[in-house]
Design a protein around this ligand. Structure first.
Ligand SMILES: [Zn+2]
Length: 221
C-alpha cells in the first residue's frame, strides 16, 4: 500500500466530501494569488474523529493539491496520527495556528492565504492590533452580519517564525474576541467558517474589502 493510499484510508467517509471540496478550492485559489510558491495552508476539523484535524501537507504545489495532501493531526499536540507518524511526511509549519482556531472557535474549516492585498491592507493600519471594518454592504457576507453598519473586528498580529507562541497569543484573543479571521503583518490572512463553503465566502469578503481599501488609498492624493 502506498503512503498516499494509507493516508486516504484515514480520511473517513464523513470527512471525504469536505476534503474533496477543500482540495478543489485550494487548486482554484492557486490561480488567484492566494498561495504562491507553495505558501498558504488549509485544514478541516475532522467530523468523524473528534479531537483530530486534517491539515495540509508542507511544501505542496497548491495547483496540484489533492485530498490525500490533508494529513490527520492531533488537535492538542499537533502530531501526525496513526501510520502517518513515521511516514516522513509533515503537516504545514503553521499547523499550530489552525489548531488554535479549532480550540478557540466552532470553525470546521480554516483557510490561510498569502494574498498580497491582505499585507497591503494591514499596512494601512500601522500599530493597530484590532482593525475595525464598517460601512460596506459586502460585510453581510460574514455569518450573522445583517447590515453594512455592523462593526467587524479583525485582530492583527506581528509576524514571527515562533508559530507556537503566536498560536498561543492568537488563541487567547480568539477566546474573547468574536471574529471571522486574523491578519499577520507582512504575511497573510487566516479565515474560517463552519464549512468549506462558508470559509470560502468569508475569504471572498475579506479579499473584496482588502482590495477596496487598497484601491481607495491609491485614489487619495
Ligand atoms: Zn503563511
Amino acid at each position: 500500500m502506498s503512503v498516499i493510499s494509507a493516508t486516504e484510508s484515514l480520511i473517513a467517509a464523513q470527512d471525504l466530501s469536505e476534503a474533496a471540496l477543500l482540495a478543489e478550492l485550494v487548486r482554484a485559489l492557486n490561480h488567484t494569488g492566494h498561495n504562491p510558491a507553495t505558501s498558504g495552508n488549509y485544514s478541516l476539523r475532522s467530523q468523524s474523529r473528534p479531537g483530530l484535524a486534517l491539515v495540509s501537507e508542507s511544501g505542496i504545489d497548491k495547483s496540484l493539491f489533492q485530498e490525500a495532501n490533508l494529513l490527520l493531526v492531533d488537535q492538542n499536540s499537533g502530531e501526525l496520527v496513526g501510520g502517518l507518524k513515521n511516514s516522513g511526511r509533515k503537516s504545514s509549519d503553521e499547523t499550530a495556528l489552525h489548531l488554535a482556531v479549532y480550540r478557540a472557535t466552532r470553525a470546521n474549516c480554516v483557510l490561510h492565504s498569502h494574498l498580497l492585498e491582505s499585507l497591503l491592507f494591514a499596512e494601512l493600519f500601522p500599530g493597530e492590533s484590532l482593525i475595525e471594518l464598517t460601512g460596506l454592504e459586502l460585510l453581510k457576507g460574514f455569518r450573522g452580519v445583517r447590515s453594512h453598519e455592523a462593526r467587524v473586528v479583525v485582530p492583527c498580529f506581528q509576524n514571527t517564525q515562533d508559530i507556537a507562541s503566536l498560536a498561543r497569543e492568537a488563541e487567547k484573543v480568539l477566546l474573547t474576541q468574536p471574529c471571522y479571521g486574523i491578519l499577520l503583518r507582512g504575511h497573510g490572512l487566516y479565515v474560517w467558517g463552519d464549512s468549506v463553503r462558508e470559509a470560502k465566502r468569508h475569504l471572498e469578503v475579506f479579499e473584496y474589502i482588502f482590495k477596496y481599501y487598497t484601491a481607495l488609498r491609491r485614489l487619495q492624493p
